[in-house]
Design a protein around this ligand. Structure first.
Ligand code: 1PR
Length: 555
């Protein structure tokens, strides 16, 4: 019997196919993209993957209008294995309330609906567990964690579950808040996951490999202690406490691309030479933090790499290289905006973002331009005009792919009426004894302050279609003194989308503090990891010992 080495992946130009390709290649297979029905020769295909991200209607309409419905159905008819991922799973259903006019492939006769955001942040972004309702399939392991990112889901109730099971479907369930939904599903040759196995570390690579080999291994023999430690306790809506490593990247004075780290955004050495601090190489550090267990890696381009055509931007190559071996989500920020390239051509932000997605980014993060977009939103009377990068990128790639990076500074006022922006009463009085403050947004890496509060900014961006907030704090940046808990509370009150706490982490206890005392959905660290004071794993072990669930997925 000839060994199967080529995996066919359907490509309707939706999202980050590079990571999936990298994951399959990492497992020792070749990937062939199927871009049109003409490339779809059923006899030549033995394993087919249908990945999808972003808007449901956008994805299925694209699939249908390009003529993929017939060949996919014929392929499934033939009995050969297919695996749907994320919106690729959703496409197996009859439809979704996300896009009422867009029918799916209809192998499962019910519709997806939106998560209830009155009890939890939506989208669900993070690491949840899969609980098989009966026998396991493809080695899905209830003690491991898988990476989910979605607002819509096949939400289950007993009746639906029973009817699916009587139709012969095996289901692995996940629970987000109080809602149970389909995390993975399998019947005969159809297998599909709502989570992203290509972004789920070793656990996810195992699932892909088991599908490719069509094998159903048993889960490891965990000791009772291990089970207790690793089991989901649903105390954080079902998600582990997410730890993000952040790399501020720029060219130094010698022209090398380095990871740097500032104090209150000043990245130059304080003493001799005043060079840009060099803490290592971006790709190597990303790999190191992945090995240490980082749940996500963020790259922020903190200089604009002027005089360089967009397509040669060094960050694109950094992403391409990092995505080859880092199988957790990658976010990239810095310079995501409408640009004029060195040859004078205008490039819209959506195209800039697309380049990053195609190079392996899962999310892009917008700083300066988010402030402009929010200012315009209020000028227009609390609405967008559809042209801001937040809106255009969110529409094409989904809200979950658009992060807003905020660089605020605390401003004290004598009275709440001293500013138009939302203030709160602080426990830490100002220099003149003021007990009210607000957080002022800045642009261009903190260089210019605007008359816009972080409360106003985040709410406007959420309304425009942002899916997550990366909440830095200039006052705390590089201080090792812990996160600004009041700031996190303030923003958590403002929005329903997840909030990543950033700036100030110095010891593992700071992460615990932010998770327990605020509703932070994730915590980001930079300096303490770059200086090797602690590893990401140190932080996770600490949290685990203190009763907080984290993803432990050693290779
Ligand atoms: O405005 O869309 O081009 O994006 C620019 C991006 O670059 C923004 O996300 C902005 O936050 C970031 N940025 C710009 N200048 C700097 C700087 O440091 N001079 N870095 C900068 C932001 C903050 C965090 C840092 C945490 C944790 N760095 O990324 O990693 O504060 O640090 P710590 O754990 O060591 O305290 P645009």
């Amino acid at each position: 019997q000839q060994e199967m080495t080529v995996v066919h992946v359907i490509d309707v130009e939706s999202g980050n196919l590079q990571s999936l390709t990298n994951a399959i290649e990492h497992l020792g297979y070749q990937v062939q993209l199927v871009k049109s029905p003409e490339d779809f020769n059923i006899n030549e295909i033995s394993r087919l993957v249908l990945p999808g991200v972003g808007n449901y209607g956008h994805f299925v309409d694209n699939l249908f209008s390009r003529g993929f419905e017939k060949p996919i159905k014929e392929y499934i008819e033939s009995g050969k294995p297919i695996m749907g991922i994320c919106v690729g799973l959703q496409a197996m259903f009859a439809g979704s309330v996300e896009s009422a006019g867009s029918p799916g492939l209809n192998y499962i006769d019910f519709k997806l609906s939106k998560f209830d955001d009155s009890e939890k942040p939506v989208p669900e972004i993070g690491w949840n567990s899969c609980i098989p309702s009966e026998d396991l399939f493809f080695g899905l392991d209830p003690y491991k964690r898988y990476y989910f990112v979605h607002s819509f889901a096949a939400i289950l109730n007993l009746e639906i579950e029973k009817s699916l099971q009587s139709d012969g479907w095996k289901i692995a369930k996940a629970k987000y808040g109080s809602q149970e939904f389909i995390a993975a599903i399998n019947k005969k040759n159809i297998f599909a996951t709502q989570f992203h196995p290509e972004k789920s570390g070793k656990a996810g690579l195992d699932v892909i490999e088991n599908f490719l080999k069509q094998q159903n291994p048993n889960i490891p023999n965990y000791t009772p202690e291990e089970k207790k430690l690793l089991m989901n306790d649903y105390s954080n809506y079902g998600l582990t406490r997410r730890i993000i490593a952040c790399l501020d990247v720029r060219t130094n004075d010698q022209g090398d691309l380095v990871v740097t780290k500032g104090d209150q955004y000043d990245v130059r050495e304080k003493d001799v030479g005043k060079d840009v601090r060099n803490l290592g190489k971006p790709v190597q550090l990303a790999q190191k933090y992945y090995q240490q267990g980082a749940d996500e890696v963020t790259f922020l381009n903190i200089t604009s790499f002027r005089d360089c055509p967009l397509k040669d931007t060094p960050m694109l190559e950094v992403l391409r290289q990092a995505a080859k071996t880092v199988f957790v989500p990658l976010t990239v920020g810095g310079g995501i905006k409408d640009i004029v390239d060195v040859d004078g051509s205008r490039i819209p932000a959506l195209e800039v973002a697309s380049l990053y997605f195609r190079s392996g980014a899962d999310k892009i993060s917008i700083g300066t331009d988010a402030v402009y977009a929010a200012e315009k939103y209020y000028e227009l009377g609390n609405k967008g005009d559809g042209t801001s990068p937040i809106e255009t990128i969110s529409k094409a790639y989904g809200a979950q792919a658009v992060v807003i990076s905020v660089d605020p500074k605390r401003v004290y006022v004598n009275s709440p009426t001293d500013t138009k922006n939302k203030v709160f009463k602080t426990r830490y009085l100002g220099p003149d004894g003021q007990d009210y403050c607000w957080y002022q947004c800045t642009i261009k890496g903190g260089r210019e302050a605007r008359d816009l509060g972080v409360w106003e900014l985040t709410r406007a961006c959420e309304a425009l279609g942002a899916g997550e907030v990366l909440l830095n704090c200039i006052d705390k940046d590089g201080s090792n003194s812990g996160y600004d808990l009041e700031l996190i509370d303030h923003v958590k009150e403002a929005v329903r989308i997840p909030v990543i706490a950033s700036s100030g982490a110095g010891v593992p206890a700071h992460f615990e503090e932010a998770f327990l005392k605020t509703g932070a959905d994730a915590c980001l660290g930079a300096g303490m990891f770059h200086r090797s004071e602690y590893t990401v794993n140190d932080v996770k072990e600490y949290l685990l010992e203190h009763g907080l669930k984290v993803r432990m997925d050693k290779e």
